[in-house]
Design a protein around this ligand. Structure first.
Ligand code: ARG
Length: 465
């Protein structure tokens, strides 16, 4: 056991207590952030005359060596250290001797871990943003390809009105675009440096917090020392944004699963993104979509977990906060994996245009258009709604569609119907005349695609200049 705090103790920590307390198993993934933060701290201290330039150079060299050795696999953070902070510090002392003992001057593990987590989350905001950006490109390409792929639009999972696949995919484009904007907002709010807050009340050393914040690429130092070490809002906000992303992926997955059923057959998944059954030879299952849907619960769980962990904590640091790591790391890994797998699955799906179009023709998706026809000929909408309702009932008795009814039959239901009704209720007209902004009509969809393309061309990944 290598601890940073043995002085005031007369007895060794119980082994089981030690294990229970330790976080090295999971916080070792913060080694880069921990070292980066320490280097900035040391540079700032030398600038302020708290360390000599020689001490600074020795420490920076030692820390850089540790990072290289971890990266090359030469050095491993093992269980005899309590956490990543103890591990790096102990290793530094082993390497460079007594100068290493000066690293922790003017610092506490409380502001150190607060900084490490911030650096980590800040980087991961960029990583998730990059994956979403890639997914948006995939979706936009699909929209371009399917601008005239007709399909039924649903409400209550009942056929409602005819739409295009471009419109349907475009809805998800908007969702994931908002998810990116959310990440950017979080970045703006969280990009402040807690280093120098000390244990909770700052320090008597003349630290230049502005300088270390600048070295680490933050917009500035955090304001209040107690808030600096107690705040995990940005973790919760990130988990909330990840939950929203997962919710969107899960809805989309659910649709892919439905579209992939034998009953729908709208889409065929690529073999590389489907799996078989161990007993039923005919099966090709949408496991990836199901797993994405399933893993959503795990990410929500992380959000609930962190909200609950934080809700009763008095200021400032409490060890409860060590619980932020495992769930957050897991949620980030899970969400990133899901975004990129979903992306790959979506990019390789083959849509059955013929089946989708046929489905759009059935189920009276043009009933609203028939009612609108009557309205355009002076019938009040509420009356038109009733007339077309009776028309649909009649069609169902005859097992035919509206456009298959003869004009005399139509006129028997309402004399207002004329020959031009057939064009109005044709699938193409139903879609193409929907030219409200944001609608499926080709002219509007082309505009939507152009705007989306422009957004992607101008957007930059979080953290990149
Ligand atoms: N492993 C701890 C954490 O993750 C580091 C901070 C420890 N600070 C302390 N005062 N015990 O939160």
């Amino acid at each position: 056991m290598a601890q940073l705090w043995g002085g005031r103790f007369t007895k060794e920590t119980d082994q089981i207590v030690y294990q229970f307390n330790a976080s090295i198993d999971f916080d070792k993934r913060l080694y880069r952030e921990d070292i980066e933060g320490s280097i900035a701290h040391v540079r700032m201290m030398a600038r302020q005359g708290i360390l000599t330039e020689k001490e600074r150079d020795d420490i920076v060299q030692g820390l850089t060596g540790i990072r290289e050795d971890i990266e090359s696999g030469k050095l491993e953070a093992t269980k005899e250290y309590e956490d990543i902070h103890s591990f790096v510090e102990a290793n530094l002392i082993q390497r460079i001797g007594d100068t290493g003992k000066k690293l922790h001057t003017g610092r506490s593990r409380n502001d150190q871990v607060a900084l490490d987590m911030r650096l980590y989350i800040r980087r991961e905001l960029g990583e998730v943003d990059r994956l979403l950006n890639h997914l948006l490109h995939t979706l936009l390409n699909m929209m371009e390809e399917h601008i005239d792929t007709y399909m039924p639009g649903f409400t209550h999972l009942q056929k409602a009105q005819p739409i295009t696949l471009a419109l349907h995919i475009g809805a998800y484009f908007e969702m994931f675009k908002r998810d990116r904007l959310r990440l950017a907002d979080i970045y703006e709010r969280m990009n402040y440096c807690p280093l120098g807050a000390g244990a909770l009340a700052g320090t008597t050393y003349p630290l230049d917090r502005e300088y270390s914040a600048r070295l680490l690429g933050f917009a500035g130092p955090t304001a209040n020392s107690m808030d600096s070490v107690s705040d995990r809002d940005y973790v919760i906000e990130f988990l909330s944004a990840l939950s929203m992303i997962m919710m969107h992926l899960s809805r989309f997955s659910e649709e892919v699963i439905i579209w992939n059923t034998n009953e729908y057959q709208f889409v065929e998944l690529d073999d590389a993104y489907s799996t078989g059954s161990s007993i039923m030879p005919q099966k090709k299952n949408p496991d990836i979509a199901e797993l994405v849907r399933g893993k959503t619960g795990r990410v929500y769980g992380a959000l609930m977990s962190m909200l609950t962990t934080m809700k009763g904590l008095p200021l400032a640091y409490n060890k409860d906060m060590q619980e932020d790591k495992e769930v957050t790391f897991d949620a980030i890994d899970t969400a990133k994996g899901c975004i990129s797998l979903f992306d790959g699955m979506a990019a390789t799906m083959k849509f059955r245009k013929d089946v989708m179009e046929k489905s759009a023709r059935n189920g009276f998706t043009n009933a609203t258009d028939a009612a609108d026809y009557l309205v355009n000929h002076g019938v009040p909408f509420r009356d038109a709604h009733g007339i077309v309702g009776r028309l649909v009932l009649r069609c169902m008795e005859k097992n035919c569609s509206i456009e298959e009814m003869g004009l005399d039959e139509l006129k028997a239901i309402s004399p207002v119907f004329e020959e031009d009704i057939y064009d109005v209720v044709s699938l193409k007209t139903c879609v193409e005349k929907r030219l409200t902004k944001g609608g499926p009509g080709q002219a509007m969809m082309e505009q939507e695609i152009a705007d989306s393309r422009q957004y992607l061309d101008n957007s930059r990944i979080i953290g990149e200049s």
